[in-house]
Design a protein around this ligand. Structure first.
Ligand code: GTP
Ligand code: ZN
Length: 319
């Protein structure tokens, strides 16, 4: 059923509907159900039961009861399959999790081959966030027309070799667009990448009019104020559907400091070696008989990836 279509009053007797939360703002939720898009509020009981920070977020599957024309009340939230969360400083120095999107199926990490220059360090940071959140990552290499396929592949081959899917795209030649479109079908995808890499161009090529306005919105709102970016799921109109999350995505998550054991695990090609270090608590920085460093020496882990690990271990970044 089309979005925006509302429900007629007699159907309010049919009971509960299951829907997907597309937008959450100031206590109102837009829920897409098989009976159309409903504007919903939360039942008071639900507010008491759940933590304030992640009461209901975009991507959540919810049970809704119709309460009027195009209006509903959220009665329950179904268990989440996955989530993308930001770790924020909570009370008494503890961390609390701020869920940004629920039921994320995959994260598209968009990087240009050139203009702006490819930054593997940043890709590695994003991959750590995906691994830590246990979300599948798809690397999207854009603007391959600027450097040619061969150079593009040489930039991203190390990532393919450690098992990440890479989609090579150009909106000029049209390469990779159909492949990417297929990968979005029926899924909730978070799209992230720094300004200018070609996210909007790409999404527009996939579905005309599909645009992430996050950059524009936050820019407009941040002038002298606090950002109140509205996160939103944008439905795909192609057969099979799917959603693209229009959120600050993982750009704003930053990277909290992870203990060595967790960080090393987030570098997926390190995993086969992690039990073979001499010291159980090896940080893989300077201990003798370190299996990770031995793997770097043998060329089984690239020096660049290892360097990213070292930088993240040594960074003081918190929260
Ligand atoms: N040559 C070439 N240029 C591209 C390609 N894709 C995007 N561009 C150009 O790159 C510039 C930035 O593209 P956008 O789609 O606006 O990038 P964005 O990632 O959405 O940027 P923000 O909205 O700032 O986050 C534009 O001038 C595009 O025309 C491509 O495949 N090849
Ligand atoms: Zn080690």
């Amino acid at each position: 059923m089309e979005i925006g279509q509302t429900v007629s009053a007699p159907e309010t007797k049919t009971g509960r509907l299951i829907g997907t939360v597309l937008r959450a703002q100031s206590g109102f939720f837009w829920v897409l159900t098989e009976q159309g898009l409903l504007e919903c509020r939360l039942r008071g009981r639900l507010k008491k039961e759940r933590q304030a920070t992640d009461l209901v977020v975009i991507g959540d599957q919810v049970e809704v009861v119709l309460v009027g024309y195009g209006q509903g009340a959220i009665e329950a939230v179904l268990p989440r399959r996955s989530q993308l969360a930001r770790r924020a400083a909570g009370s008494r120095g503890a961390y609390k999790e701020d869920v940004i999107v629920a039921n994320v199926d995959q994260v598209l990490l968009v990087f240009a081959c050139a203009k702006p220059e490819f930054t593997p360090r940043m890709l590695d940071r994003y991959l750590v966030i995906c691994e830590h959140s246990e979300l599948p990552a798809i690397i999207v290499a854009t603007k391959i027309d600027l450097v040619g396929r061969e150079v593009a592949e040489s930039l991203f081959r190390p990532y393919e070799q450690i098992g990440y899917p890479v989609v090579y795209t150009s909106i000029i030649s049209g390469e990779g667009i159909a492949d990417l479109r297929d990968r979005l079908i029926g899924k909730i995808s978070v799209v992230t990448g720094k300004s200018g890499v070609g996210k909007s161009s790409l999404l527009n090529a996939i579905q005309p009019g599909l645009n992430l306005r996050t950059g524009e919105v936050s820019e407009r709102l941040t002038k002298g104020r606090h950002t109140t970016t509205v996160a939103e799921l944008i439905p795909l109109t192609m057969p099979g559907g799917g959603y693209v999350a229009d959120t600050p995505g993982i750009r704003e998550i930053g990277l909290w400091k992870l203990p060595a054991r967790d960080l090393a695990w987030c570098f997926r090609e390190f995993r086969p070696f992690l039990r073979d270090c001499y010291f159980a608590g090896c940080t893989h920085l300077h201990e003798p008989d370190c299996a990770v460093r031995a793997a770097v020496e043998r060329g089984e882990i690239t020096p660049e990836r290892y360097d990213s690990y070292v930088r993240l271990m040594n960074s003081d970044e918190e929260g």
